[in-house]
Design a protein around this ligand. Sequence first.
Ligand SMILES: Cc1cc2nc3c(=O)[nH]c(=O)nc-3n(C[C@H](O)[C@H](O)[C@H](O)COP(=O)(O)OP(=O)(O)OC[C@H]3O[C@@H](n4cnc5c(N)ncnc54)[C@H](O)[C@@H]3O)c2cc1C
Ligand code: SF4
Length: 487
Amino acid sequence: MGKATGFLEFGRADTPYRPVEERLRDWRDVQIDPPVEAVQEQAARCMDCGVPFCNSGCPLGNIIPDWNDLAYRDKWQDALTRLHSTNNFPEFTGLVCPAPCETACVLGINQDPVTIKQIEWEIIRRGWDEGWVRPQGPKRRTGRSVAVVGSGPAGLAAAQQLNRAGHTVTVFEKQDRIGGLLRYGIPDFKLEKWIVDRRLDQMREEGVSFQAGVEVGRDLAPGELRKSFDAVLLCLGSEDPRDLPVAGRELQGIHFAMDFLRQNNKRVAGDPIDPAEEILATGKHVIVLGGGDTGSDCVGTSHRQGAKSVTSIELLERPPEERDASTPWPMWPLVYRTSSSHAEGGEREFAVTTRSFEGSEGRVERLRAARLAFGDPDPATGRRPMDEIAGSEFELDADLVLLAMGFVHPLHEGLVEGLGVRLDTRGNVEAGPRDFATSEPGVFAAGDCRRGQSLVVWAQWEGREAARAVDRYLETSSLLQSRDGHY
Ligand SMILES: Cc1cc2nc3c(=O)[nH]c(=O)nc-3n(C[C@H](O)[C@H](O)[C@H](O)COP(=O)(O)OP(=O)(O)OC[C@H]3O[C@@H](n4cnc5c(N)ncnc54)[C@H](O)[C@@H]3O)c2cc1C
Ligand code: SF4
């Protein structure tokens, strides 16, 4: 372990953020890297406890106590090797993961948990800076080919693993750039895009082939895809957004969050935007409906575009400040969270339902809403009934409304229907969490299109595990390691 008395000597020091006035003037990362000695001090807080719950709290099974110890002892390259053994892209998780490992940290039972995510980022940051992250192409080629459809974290993790196992991998992506939501969902102020590009360069050098701007199911027929490759892995994401069919929904100025965020990431990348298509918050009263990551990213983007006001509306009640009995340690707690974007300003409303939108000349101008009261949980479902509070109706000015209420399932039209793969009851592609096999032989599925909308860390886990399943299908056994350590 790092330092036996570290957790007694040092308190938790979170990663610092740039001042709000400064960071609102640019699109760069909001975080500041602390000095390396400060990160080592944090690593010294790891107790190397008998049962490291952080390890099971991390979906990837990152071997956290090992790399905490190596970081503390200044063995950064060894720490990187340990980290990469379970995580293909620690730079993505080190920046955007909500860190369920930290809420499972044993120190967190009665003190502040170890800053695991910060240490993870420092290990990979140094790895790139020192030139330790090198292409690791396969020693031999199997002669088998795999098509990975979708280039988000699931598709990229799978492609890297399958290529390293010796298969010839082509990643198809319908957008003009590779990266999925890492590229065109998550804003630059959380994940600068050169960080994605750098990893793609490594993968190209390893031998992965990328084809952007190809929508499989439209530009390439599903039958053609199946004929050309020995296996197909669907990593399509969960793209069908949840809508709000209330009166006035058809008014101009009401958009799905992803249309706003994707366009802004393109703008930040230097792409020209057709003025007729522009969705801008500049000088507007912005309402964001939905309080998750997508909603929070709309808030931060609106601030940077110079919105007049930004109000987030969440249907559910404001969560408690502290972990309560419903989510005991080491579970992921339902608590009130303030993202870097929320900390930059704006209002947050909870337990509010949107009744209608109103406007004039076809443009939205107001949102009409009402407050909700929640009853006791239904013993059968655990759900709490909600009722509008009589007389609680209110209005908000709204020039731009962003719908960020989540995603229901992957798009069905085109590839999913064309392949004829079975869907589960929620409309996701049906495939098991061990074999990742769909109802069509040789076709596999991983990531949000299989498990439903989730997190980058889960997508990377899905990609790694699905790669192992595809490898076993092609080769009957696999040397790719799984989360559980099986070969
Ligand atoms: C705005 C936003 C912010 C988020 N922020 C965070 C965060 O901070 N932290 C976190 O952990 N998670 C976050 N998430 C969730 C996370 O991004 C996703 O869970 C993750 O990206 C899912 O990975 P994936 O590879 O399954 O799919 P995606 O990243 O969605 O990638 C799927 C890709 O498949 C492509 N595709 C689909 N169909 C086809 C086709 N027929 N042909 C070719 N290509 C196709 C799509 O264009 C897309 O690029 C966020 C999500 C959103 C929407
Ligand atoms: S990937 Fe996420 S859960 Fe796993 S160690 Fe990193 S921050 Fe923690």
